[in-house]
Structure formats: C-alpha cells, structure tokens
Design a protein around this ligand. Sequence first.
Ligand SMILES: Nc1ncnc2c1ncn2[C@@H]1O[C@H](COP(=O)(O)OP(=O)(O)OP(=O)(O)O)[C@@H](O)[C@H]1O
Ligand SMILES: [Mg+2]
Length: 246
Amino acid sequence: MKLAVAGKGGVGKTTLTVWLADWLQRNGHEVWLVDADTALSLGPALGLPENEIPTALVQQKELIENRVGSGGFINMNPYVDDLPDKLGIKVRGMRLLVMGTIAGAGGGCGCAPNALLKKFITHLVLQRSQSLLIDLEAGVEHLGRGTVASVDGLLVVSEPSMRGLKTAETISRLAYDLGLKNQVLALNKTAEDFDFPENLALPPLAACIPRLISLEKRQVQSASVLDLEERDFIDVQCKEILSYFQ
Ligand SMILES: Nc1ncnc2c1ncn2[C@@H]1O[C@H](COP(=O)(O)OP(=O)(O)OP(=O)(O)O)[C@@H](O)[C@H]1O
Ligand SMILES: [Mg+2]
C-alpha cells in the first residue's frame, strides 16, 4: 500500500503519517516513510534525535551532481535504484527517507534536485513492493508534480475549521483531477459532534481524532508522537483509515 498524506499546515499530517506507519509496522508490514516536506519533521515525530536526522536528499549537492549533472546538461532520468537502501535510515523497524522539497519550484521546474526527487519518489511508488507513506508539505503545490499522483491513495487531513476543510477540498479536487481518486478524510483535533459545513466536496470521512491531552503535554518535552497512552484508540483509527485503501 502506498499512500500520500496531505492537508493544510499544522493539521496533523506528520502525526498521522507516523501513527499509520507504526501501526503497519507492528502488524507485519515492511514500511518505508518519505519525508517530502521542507520542515523535515518526520524523523523527530518518530522520536529520532535531531543529530541523527540525515541531510535531506535535495541538499545533497554532490549526489545530485553525480546523478543528474549540473550546468547545461541535466539527466531527467537519473539512476536511483540503489538510493532507497543507501539513504534509508532504520527507525523503530521502519525505514525513513528524508527527501525535503524544492521550495517554490512549481510543477514544471527542471532543476537538478527536482529531477532526482521526482525520479526517486516515482521509483519508490512504482518499483518497490513495501508499504510507503509520504508526508507531504502543506498545501497543494506538490500535487502538480506528477509523482504523488501515482500512489494508491491519498489521506487528506484537516482540523475542524473552515480553512482546514477548504484546503482539504482543494487538495482533494486537484488530486482527483490528476487521477488519484482513492481518497479519505481524517478529521484531527476535533470534537465528536462536529457539524460539517454544507456544500464542501470532501472525501469520505474515515476517522475523527480528538485533541489528545497526553500528546499536547508530551510535545513540550519531545517531538515524538509515538507510545502514547491512547495507542489502542489510535490503532483503531489507523485500521479504519487503511481499510479504505485495501
Ligand atoms: N490529535 C492531536 N491532539 C493533540 N495534538 C496533536 C494532535 N495531532 C497533532 N497534534 C500536534 O499538533 C502539532 C502539529 O502536528 P503535525 O506536525 O503532525 O502537523 P502537520 O500537518 O504535519 O504540520 P506541518 O504543516 O507543519 O507539516 C504537533 O505539535 C502535534 O503533536
Ligand atoms: Mg508535517
């Protein structure tokens, strides 16, 4: 199963990505995680200390130059088959790939880091059999790149706010237009009796997760979102979300 996780900034994309990955790993799946955000917060959310987080792929100048070239000659089809094993670091039985993103690059950018990033993600999605979860940057820009469109499903995360839900709607429509029709919505940090505003075209609601006090308390000390006392409840939500993609 290969999923991308998207939504407005700060709604819980990284948190849900880690919860899903952890559930899959504990249930016997081989899990690969891709951090495709500029903030690079997936490692810390897995409990990885800052000094163990590898340099993001988009910042590895030498590697980019080796694979893609520089100056006027850019290989738009670089060799990447060896990169998952070379760059993926082991965390809690999973593999983390820190890719980063190209800020402001836009859909049509042909710059070298983007060429490598695009080919790498496409390789992971199309050539690898492991479970893959891609934590995307906030917003919708990445959906135009043509890489994310080939995943099996999209988890759209929102808070119970008009802005969050409007962004969710935009992301959902864009992904749908790109052919990514298998989508679900997870509402995070929400009250159970939340009334959806009318006239929003949103994916089916797969999970409602309340604001977890234990996580809020934890975040003052640590960025990890794992091993919470609510794990059984989180597991049920993860199972429900993943059931939509099977
Ligand atoms: N259900 C929850 N209860 C309490 N706190 C939560 C919950 N979900 C996420 N958080 C907290 O909210 C903050 C934002 O979450 P997270 O980093 O997962 O969002 P994001 O959408 O990935 O943000 P960004 O757009 O910056 O990448 C974090 O501090 C996280 O611990
Ligand atoms: Mg994030």
